[in-house]
Design a protein around this ligand. Structure first.
Ligand code: NAD
Length: 424
């Protein structure tokens, strides 16, 4: 069965097939029990919902949404919700599997899940988005909850969307349930530091990698692909570390200035005009060209499958820090490893988001809130330890950082499945 699926992988490179291939590669390396391997190649629950939403012009549109729980051996499921025209069950499955590994890499007590709705939020009014979100949340009521599955923001969803989900869930229960989602606004049980957490965690991991490879962050050149929550805050934080941001892109294209871009001003330009493109004094590049700029640190912070066998040879960064989920295909991984590019894999590099989501959930359950310094200190401790664990495995087994992170994660999940046993 594995062989048959592997044949199609090469042709399609879909996110789910990439996720399966990454698991298969590691299963061999760690001599994973074939029974556990088979369990992990499947998602525990896949919910597809189709639901009507009243649009502003009084028409009714039927939307499709998903929630997939990959594995819950280590705890309740955790993972974001994505609103995107290209969302698909295949993509949500891959993202849910990556969440399982991510939670295991950083050692937080969750399994993996992910959700998505096929829609284009850029073309919807706030009212339409609210009605879509509330109806989708109602459809998910049967599988989400603070002790079952806790969603969070992802591409094109934000704290407001989380607030609507929390409110919808709470209205149906008859009491407030802040722990049902994370990434909420502070006023309803959100955590200090959550908004910056993914980027901050990524920067902690980049700093550790820089220390271990002798790269001085002061003056290091940085390119960021995708300028949303993860990408824009990573650029701001890296600038604070002394880095020079020379390239930035979003869905409309990229900008480049070898003398450095001010990430704050670029963000303001994007907020005012809808894109980074057109920022004064910068050369316009395509998204493909942005990735190929020679630099010290490349931060893919957009979508999957951005670095493939087609462009991997052209990546001239010393460090690729995957703020995005799944930006690199397995073939591209091998090419970059051969070329000496240090890839900090998504399940490590962007795990700061889920880590502070975990802190938020803990604070909600205890109704006891921490200040930002406490959150950041705890985040730093977890990210630094996870980096060291993965780095040590990579050195010991002479593997790249992704394989090392997977070895750590898959072993932890397998251990949980083994110790729990197979029910009944
Ligand atoms: P976001 O919606 O805030 O931003 C996404 C950005 O990507 C936007 O600037 C958009 O213009 C840009 N983009 C979209 N398509 C693009 C393309 N083809 N080329 C270049 N840019 C493109 O989303 P986000 O929350 O920042 O998520 C970005 C990535 O980080 C995703 O892969 C997500 O899964 C991952 N991630 C996010 C979090 C989090 O806490 N937000 C946590 C872990 C991982």
């Amino acid at each position: 069965m594995i062989t048959a699926e592997k044949k199609t992988e090469k042709k399609t490179n879909s996110a789910w097939e990439v996720a399966l291939e990454q698991l298969d590669i590691v299963a061999k390396k760690i001599n994973l029990d074939p029974n556990i391997h088979e369990i992990l190649r499947n998602c525990k629950r896949e919910l597809t919902v189709r639901f009507p939403v009243k649009m502003d012009d009084e028409s009714i549109k039927v939307f499709t949404g998903y929630r997939v729980q990959h594995n819950m051996a280590r705890g309740p499921a955790k993972g974001g919700i994505r609103y995107h025209p290209d969302a698909s069950l295949d993509e949500v499955k891959a993202l849910s599997m990556w969440m399982t590994w991510k939670c295991a890499v950083v050692g937080i007590p969750y399994g993996g899940a992910k959700g998505g709705v096929i829609c284009n939020p850029k073309e919807m009014s706030k009212g339409e988005l609210e009605r879509l979100t509330r109806r989708y949340a109602s459809e998910l009521m049967i599988i989400i909850g603070p002790e079952k599955d806790i969603p969070a923001p992802d591409v094109y969803t934000n704290p407001q969307v989380m607030a609507w989900i929390m409110d919808t869930f709470s209205m149906n229960k008859g009491y407030s349930v802040p722990g049902v989602v994370t990434g909420k606004p502070l006023s309803i049980g959100g955590s200090e530091g959550r908004n910056e957490a993914t980027a901050r965690g990524c920067v902690y991991v980049i700093s550790e990698a820089a220390k271990n490879t002798g790269l001085n962050l002061k003056g290091a050149t940085v390119v960021v692909q995708g300028y949303g929550n993860a990408g824009s805050i990573a650029a701001l934080l890296l600038k604070k570390e002394g880095c020079k941001i020379i390239g930035i892109s979003d869905s409309k294209g990229g900008i480049y200035n070898p003398d450095g871009l001010d990430p704050d001003k670029v963000l303001r330009h994007k907020e005012e005009t809808g894109s980074v493109v057109g920022f004064a004094g910068a050369k316009i590049l395509t998204n493909e060209e942005i990735l190929e700029i020679p630099c010290d640190i490349l931060v893919p912070a957009a979508l999957e499958n951005q670095i493939t066998k087609k462009n991997a040879d052209k990546i001239k960064a010393k460090i690729v820090a995957e703020a995005a989920n799944g930006p690199t295909t397995p073939e591209a991984d091998a090419i970059m490893y051969k070329n000496g590019v240090l890839v900090l894999p998504d399940i490590l590099a962007n795990a700061g988001g889920v880590t502070v989501s975990y802190f938020e959930w803990v604070q909600d359950l205890q109704a006891n809130f921490w200040n930002e310094a406490e959150v950041n200190a705890k985040l730093k401790e977890i990210m630094t330890k996870a980096f060291k664990n993965v780095w040590d495995i990579a050195q010991k087994h002479k593997e790249n950082m992704r394989t090392a992170a997977y070895m750590l994660a898959v072993n932890r999940v397998a251990e949980a499945i083994n110790i729990r046993g197979i029910y009944p």
